[in-house]
Design a protein around this ligand. Structure first.
Ligand code: ASP
Ligand code: MG
Length: 256
């Protein structure tokens, strides 16, 4: 039985501290998943959270550079075309990046002694319309695994449309996958692990005086995203605001 997102109960407001025994979604960006060594570090952190008693769903991006590499291969065979047939195959192709990183993370978790299973968007399924807007997420299978003590990994970036075609959510779309899954499952928190350690007033790599913000309202975050902040895909912020998903942006290079 698929849960329609618009029927969701609104989650309680922003929390700074994770409650004990929470349901938490971790999202890891491509840099965090960029090598076997980094995937092992992700697995260690995830295992630590799971051993602390939380139920963890992990949403990884493809390994850094992988989506560009795949799309580049398509471009070598045929110049970009606006046809539905071409875009269908691009989705089919690009979705493999997240499938690989998800399986690798499951393997790394198992190697840490932590039971884990990975699913593609279409296995869950994450249903989208033909324009790749998420319509519903069926959480039955994921919940059954969580209840059996497994960490569940769900590919970011992808879903399946009404005709059974794989869809992808646009560049940076794993953020939106993670927030949508958190909303559908009424997770206590959605933690976005990335290669920066939070949301800054401006890009700290460019402006050394940039300040890290303690909390950001969804409205401020939307404004920053529209002004070019690349921390989060804009659709994920819209989603988080609409369904009141408490979100934190954290560095994957810190130990917690
Ligand atoms: N792998 C996809 C991209 O490079 C989605 C993501 O990373 O969020 O855009
Ligand atoms: Mg991103």
């Amino acid at each position: 039985r698929a849960k329609t997102l618009c029927n969701l109960r609104r989650a309680p407001g922003f929390r700074h501290h994770t409650p004990p025994m929470a349901l938490i979604v971790h999202k890891y960006g491509g840099t965090s998943m960029g090598s076997p060594e980094r995937i092992r570090n992700v697995a260690k952190r995830v295992a630590k959270w799971a051993r602390a008693g939380h139920q963890i769903v992990v949403v990884p991006s493809a390994m850094s550079g992988e989506t560009n590499r795949l799309l580049g291969l398509a471009g070598e065979l045929a110049p970009a075309k606006a046809t539905a047939e071409y875009h269908r195959e691009l989705d089919m192709l690009a979705a493999t990046g997240e499938q690989a990183s998800s399986a690798l993370l499951a393997i790394a978790l198992q190697a840490e002694g932590m039971p884990a299973v990975s699913y593609t968007g279409w296995q869950v399924p994450v249903r989208t319309d033909s324009k790749a807007r998420i319509e519903s997420i069926d959480d039955q299978r994921v919940r059954a695994d969580l209840d059996a003590g497994r960490v569940v990994i769900v590919t970011g970036f992808q879903g399946i449309d009404g005709d059974g075609n794989i869809t992808t959510l646009g560049r940076g779309g794993s953020d939106t996958s993670a927030v949508a899954i958190a909303a559908a499952m009424k997770a206590d928190e959605c933690l976005i692990y990335t290669d920066v350690d939070g949301v800054y007033t401006t890009d700290p790599r460019v402006v050394p005086a940039a300040r890290r913000l303690h909390t950001v309202s969804f409205e401020e975050m939307l404004e920053m995203a529209s002004l070019g902040s690349k921390v989060l895909q804009i659709r994920s912020v819209e989603f988080a605001g609409k369904y009141k998903v408490p979100m934190r942006v954290l560095s994957s290079f810190t130990p917690w």
